[in-house]
Design a protein around this ligand. Structure first.
Ligand code: ATP
Length: 257
């Protein structure tokens, strides 16, 4: 369970971009965070693992107060949070297996990692997960020889190798074509169920958010102004979330389709 209370983030001396946010995400729930550009979605995600330092407020993951962790504790704590990125963040010249094993970097010795002497159990788990998502036959291929969808599968498996307690996905499908995008969203939803893992997805595609999430959180100017089931995301609710945004009409048509 993730619990966020009274979260505020202010960059420099400017106005806060997160304004007193409260959010709870229980296990195996897929929550999509939507909202116009600049609403604070990425900042929210990045505050959870403290890639961005919260200004005030509390973030608890299964009882641990992440906001109070010191540097060393935070390094260990971050293993409990898996992250999936829009641009995949793979090391191109490394193989799929090497990229996947980098999810274990915090757990094994530097020597073992550098000499690629991965523990047997890690190799077994990597193959199990790669088979689950259909990329096991690419284990020895270089990451840059894969398609976008395959690369994102590697990104997801690398995050899962950490055995995380939550998965944060920052626009995981934004670089993918519509069909591949749906496959990745299906995968995230199914893995959430199978691994009993809460998943928070920052996403612009409202149709995908509605189709693949258990719950939608709508942000506007640093506040959560919608938090409900996908079916409750009516045109009016969309209007409120996206009011004043240049692409408002396109977004609304998308949701109504
Ligand atoms: N490092 C930073 N320094 C200063 N301001 C920042 C920084 N990162 C983000 N911001 C500002 O914080 C606000 C929220 O940005 P954020 O990236 O969280 O929004 P977002 O909803 O994820 O937007 P998008 O959908 O375009 O990615 C924006 O006004 C942005 O300019």
């Amino acid at each position: 369970m993730l619990k966020i209370t009274s979260l505020v983030k202010r960059y420099g001396a400017g106005d806060p971009v997160l304004k007193d946010l409260d959010l709870e995400v229980p296990g195996e729930e897929v929550v999509s965070v939507i909202g116009s550009s600049g609403a604070g979605k990425s900042t929210l995600l990045r505050c959870i693992n403290r890639l961005v330092e919260p200004t005030s407020g509390k973030i608890f993951l299964n009882g641990t107060d992440f906001t109070s962790l010191g540097k060393r504790e935070l390094r260990v704590g971050r293993r409990r949070i898996g992250m999936v990125f829009q641009s995949f963040n793979l090391v191109d010249r490394l193989t799929v297996m090497e990229n996947v094993q980098s999810g274990r970097l915090g757990y094994i010795s530097t020597w073992a990692a550098l000499s690629r002497r991965y523990p047997k159990e890690d190799i077994r788990r990597a193959y199990e997960l790669m088979e689950r998502v259909g990329i096991a036959h690419y284990a020895n291929k270089r990451a840059d020889e894969l398609s976008g969808g395959e690369r994102q599968r590697v990104g997801v498996i690398r995050a899962l190798m950490q055995q995380p307690e939550i998965l944060l996905a920052d626009e995981p499908t934004a670089s993918l074509d519509p069909k591949t995008s749906e496959q990745i969203m299906t995968l995230l939803r199914d893995l959430a169920r199978e691994l009993k893992l809460p998943v928070i997805i920052n996403i612009h595609n409202v149709n995908e958010a509605k189709e693949f999430s258990d719950r939608i959180v709508g942000m506007r100017y640093g506040r959560i102004i919608f938090d409900d089931l996908p079916d409750a995301l009516t045109k009016d609710a969309m209007h409120e979330i996206y009011a004043g945004v240049p692409h408002e009409d396109r977004q609304m048509e998308g949701a109504a389709a």
